[in-house]
Ligand binder design. Sequence first.
Ligand code: ATP
Ligand code: MG
Length: 598
Amino acid sequence: MAMRMSSLFLRTLREDPADAELPGHRLLVRAGYVRRAAPGIYTWLPLGLKVLRRVEAIVREEMDAIGAQELTFPALLPREPYEATGRWTEYGDNIFRLQDRKKSDYLLGPTHEEMFTLAVKDMYSSYKDLPLSIYQIQNKYRDEARPRAGLLRGREFIMKDSYSFDVSDEGLQASYDAHREAYVRIFDRLGFEYVIVAAMSGAMGGSASEEFLAVSAIGEDTFVRNDAGTYAANVEAVVVPQAAPVDASGVPAAHVEDTPDTPTIETLVASLNANHARSDGREWTAADTLKNVLVVLVHPDGTREPLAIGVPGDREVDAKRLEAQVSPAEVEAFEAKDFAANPSLAKGYIGPGVLGETRESKIRYLLDPSIAEGSAWVTGADEEGKHVLDLVHGRDFAADGTIQAAEVREGDPSPDGNGVLHTARGIEMGHIFQLGRKFAEALDLKVLDENGKLVTVTMGSYGVGVSRAVAAIAEGNLDEVGLCWPRNVAPADVHVVATGKNRERDGSVFDKADELTAAFEAAGLEVIYDDREKVSPGVKFKDSELIGIPTIVVVGKSLENGVVEIKDRRSGERREVAVDVAVDEVLAEVRQGRGAKA
Ligand code: ATP
Ligand code: MG
């Protein structure tokens, strides 16, 4: 049935909603696709639901095509399985927890590894039952700290999550590869410009892990890639190689110098250049200094652990890289009270002299891997107003280990040795990874192998952000006046506008528009039909542009000459065609557009 604007449950808004940050989100609200129910929680109105269902259908078709079977778990889950895997605690504030009338604990599922694992354990016991891939498309709940940008980061959102179960590592690899190919097809069909990048597997452990990022300036993720196309990674997952040792035999013994009022790298470099000329004649730069950054890790059980990170002074510690490294612990600032509790630290002049588990502060000290053994540094001398020069790593100081937490910058060498890195931003649309045996071990999922021996099953976990995809498509397909949906996900194929004021006066226009609408439908197209009376043509045109159906057919005055206007929403191109060929013309456009990238 055509969606008739005279009765469609829709009110378009002329004004931007106050609480929407991003252009696509503003348009989704203004054009009547979604409405906010609470922060990060959205109602899908009829038009929005159409788009959502079309995205779901593409995901479903491609999952079914690799033999995955659909099922659905409850969103309201008992605590026990999440307790068994440690995630009840690890998730911290990020899960919604609740109690029933008997005071038993429940949660709203943030992701369902536990439930899938237990279901397979319940029903299967032999290697003959495997491999198996099962999936659901379902609401997930996460109490996100920063629900922003509407559907892109909801607190209730829709995810397709699938899980594979295999006996052998080769089996897992095959299941992973099948999912990867399905994802390529999904994101091609959704019309995204995307990159597949190496990812962190985070709190879930596991090994191989890749993300599908939609390339977008508004993305929250930063990724890097080289020109040759041999390396692409989320910055969180970049592994900077350990710098090769350098010869320190010519470096004089370390010496402490007075550097009054130099608590920052900038003031330090200026003071060095003014008072401590280098023997090689060049200027000091921030890159010659070793900056020691202090943070506090808050572990899931609430314990607070200070951590010191040594990075070259021209680089910052990247909060996201650090968080990814220490997850599930969270990172907090090292505050005045922490300095008070650690009197060996001279704020602004902290150095490796006191840092380290075996030294005075007892604070764990980790170095950026770019800091080569044998390299000489200027760094804090652990005394107000003093720095130490020619301090050589490996000769004069040591750390407890290394950490991948320094920022990765445009132009840095590619970790695979092939050229340099370029940075860009993206939206994480999908994530695939090899979980391995962690969940199966925690929940005791074992099957009998060919020899009658019990073996632990190995798993893969694969997610697609379905509601996020709707939002990301909107953000990437819009102009000043409205949305421009790609054919594959548009809520309708064609938007018919009857420009008459009322049926009494403009009967022929409405009759012809009725007829065309029926003919489009008979040809298998989905139609939005603006059959409203007493609404001006200007308002109808504006609404059609705001809603963003790819093809708009205007039935109006020129009907007297036997023609209607066909307008391409994206290009703005208009052409007049004879009424009797309108259906064929639109059908041809739809056929051509479907399957093609936007
Ligand atoms: P992010 O890093 O963006 O928080 P994540 O790594 O926590 O995402 P996964 O656990 O890998 O997400 O979930 C699988 C997919 O679900 C993600 O790739 C993303 O597309 C989607 N997703 C995750 N969190 C949200 C959210 N809050 N709102 C909408 N979609 C989400
Ligand atoms: Mg992820």
